[in-house]
Design a protein around this ligand. Structure first.
Ligand code: ADP
Ligand code: MG
Length: 259
């Protein structure tokens, strides 16, 4: 996926982002990192084709993207499961919709079973959402995305409502399954540690209007948790870049700005 010079704003508000160009290569995990309210979710919706940009263009799999593409899939902070369908029903939901390539019953069943197994819910396929913990519900949401065998998975803060331990499990699971599925990922997060743990590349969004202000390639070998020094060094670098983005407060006088 390639985006060129995207701009966007909500009606009646100042431009939210401007001149945003970015690419996600096949099988690459890219994290879009930025503070709350900087426009990450809006940018993700534009990149996914859910919302039209004011300017700029997006190409997905070598064609212009003008609407959501069935070869991409989305995961959000809330699992948004259908309460009247069990786990298997939720994972398979939408697989047969018109814009999805037509699947026979057998392949449909196989895809659903495989996705459920991959997220660690084998044997739980007949549970209903009311019986699931938050972490399990998010596993179902991830399986629902995987069942589409997406070329690109868009994920908007998918783990930020989970407790720290479940979140860490899900981060590891995400990296594992997208590698198995050969999917690329664009993960939106405000969590620096999450970005460092999962990303091949981190894009930092900030400013008003928002832009991509910095980019890091993350070359730390897995498991990254065991490379504390390199992780801390990158984290400090990102923190410094985030602090540099903050608007100077009126009381702060910088050397050289006053006679
Ligand atoms: N549907 C909407 N209509 C109007 N303004 C919106 C809408 N969605 C988000 N905004 C505003 O756009 C800004 C960026 O929001 P968002 O893209 O959700 O940021 P982030 O995901 O980085 O927290 C916020 O000020 C928010 O209030
Ligand atoms: Mg958001």
């Amino acid at each position: 996926m390639q985006a060129q010079e995207l701009s966007f704003g909500y009606p009646g508000a100042a431009p939210l982002f401007e001149a945003v160009s970015l690419a996600v290569r096949p099988r690459e995990i890219v994290c879009l990192l930025g503070g709350s309210g900087c426009g990450k979710s809006s940018l993700l919706r534009v990149l996914a084709g859910l919302q039209a940009p004011a300017g700029g263009s997006i190409r997905f799999l070598d064609a212009p993207l003008l609407q959501p593409d069935p070869r991409s899939a989305l995961v959000f902070q809330q699992a948004s499961l259908l309460p009247w369908l069990d786990v298997a029903g939720n994972v398979g939901f939408g697989l047969d919709f018109a814009r999805q390539p037509e699947l026979g019953a057998e392949r449909h069943h196989a895809r659903v079973a495989q996705a459920i197994e991959a997220v660690g819910l084998a044997g739980r396929a007949h549970l209903y959402p009311a019986a699931l913990s938050g972490g399990m519900a998010q596993r179902v949401a991830l399986a629902r995305a995987l069942a589409r065998e997406p070329e690109l998975l868009f994920a908007d803060e998918p783990f930020s409502a989970l407790d720290a331990i479940t979140r860490a499990e899900m981060q590891t699971l995400l990296v594992d399954v997208v590698h198995r599925w050969h999917s690329a990922v664009l993960l939106v997060t405000h969590d620096i540690d999450e970005a460092i743990l999962v990303a091949d590349r981190i894009l930092l969004m900030g400013g008003r209007p928002g832009r991509i202000v910095r980019e890091w390639r993350v070359d730390i070998a897995a498991p990254r948790e065991s490379h504390g020094g390199a992780v801390t060094e990158l984290k400090m670098d990102i923190l410094a870049a985030l602090l540099a983005l903050r608007e100077p407060s009126p009381s702060a006088t910088r050397p050289g700005t006053h006679p």
